[in-house]
Design a protein around this ligand. Structure first.
Ligand code: CIR
Length: 255
């Protein structure tokens, strides 16, 4: 199952960290978001669209407010104060599917900083995720058998801007933003140097959803035997969002 939220009109006032503000065509963003939801269905997900949060400009980026594991879900405390109102409605949405834990002040952590590889949670140290956030996350998940390892991120908003999983043993990475030598037992596929933002991809089963903006990196994925489903995500990219941020995947759940 994939949880999504509609694009609110207020997205024009979204948070921006590493890019400058350019006008967002909200209707176009909504059409691209619908195309993204279709891609999730193509990959076998049941899409459950949660209600729109009109007053929360970044609420389409549901990935940042919870970490959904097989055993539990952890509600985050987003690094941007403007995003904290997104958390209580996500708690209600997840309660039917998972035992819930929650981070508390002074912790900050965005879901975009958490990369799950088997039973290891790699957590990026970024402007959104602090040491207390990483400590509290560790305490929430260690009892369920997960290991948390923190990793530096330079120049990117989130860890998953710099590296994501694209196969059971494959990571897609921009090595300018993260030290990929720490990942053991996996094959690394590097983004094409002309496509620095291409490391963000959604893995569902044996397919990967990826933005049409990165054709050279698609060639690298396909050469590694990975099936790529492309979506135009250009309007949401103006809000500094990639493809992972627009869904929360809940494994083993019926809608
Ligand atoms: C923000 O700055 O919070 C949003 N404008 C973009 C969040 C993107 N989320 C993600 O990469 N996980």
């Amino acid at each position: 199952m994939a949880l999504t939220r509609p694009v609110p009109q207020s997205i024009v006032d979204c948070q921006l960290t590493h890019i400058s503000r350019t006008p967002i065509d909200v209707e176009r963003a909504r059409a691209q978001h619908a195309e993204y939801e279709d891609a999730l269905r193509t990959c076998g997900c049941t899409v459950v669209q949660l209600p729109e949060l009109r007053a929360s400009p970044d609420s389409v980026f549901v990935e940042d407010v919870a970490i959904v594991l097989d055993d539990l879900a952890v509600l985050t405390r987003p690094g941007a104060p403007s995003r904290r109102d997104e958390v209580p409605p996500m708690a209600e949405a997840l309660r039917p599917y998972r035992r819930l834990a929650a981070l508390e002040a002074p912790a900050t952590l965005d879901g975009g900083d958490v990369l799950v590889v088997d039973r290891t949670l790699w957590v990026g140290r970024t402007s959104r995720t602090n040491a207390e956030g990483i400590s509290q996350l560790t305490r929430c998940v260690e009892g369920a058998g997960y290991v948390v390892r923190s990793i530096g991120v330079a120049g990117a908003l989130h860890l998953k801007t710099a590296v994501t999983r694209v196969g059971p043993r494959h990571l897609l990475v921009n090595r300018d933003w993260v030290d990929a030598s720490v990942f053991g037992g996996v094959s690394l596929i590097e983004v094409d140097p002309t496509e620095p933002f291409a490391a963000n991809a959604v893995l569902i089963g044996d397919r990967v959803i990826h933005s049409t903006a990165f054709p050279r990196t698609h060639q690298r994925l396909r050469a590694a035997g990975i099936e790529v489903v492309t979506v135009d995500a250009s309007e949401l990219a103006k809000a500094e969002g990639g493809v992972t941020c627009c869904s929360l995947l809940v494994r083993g759940s019926e809608a």
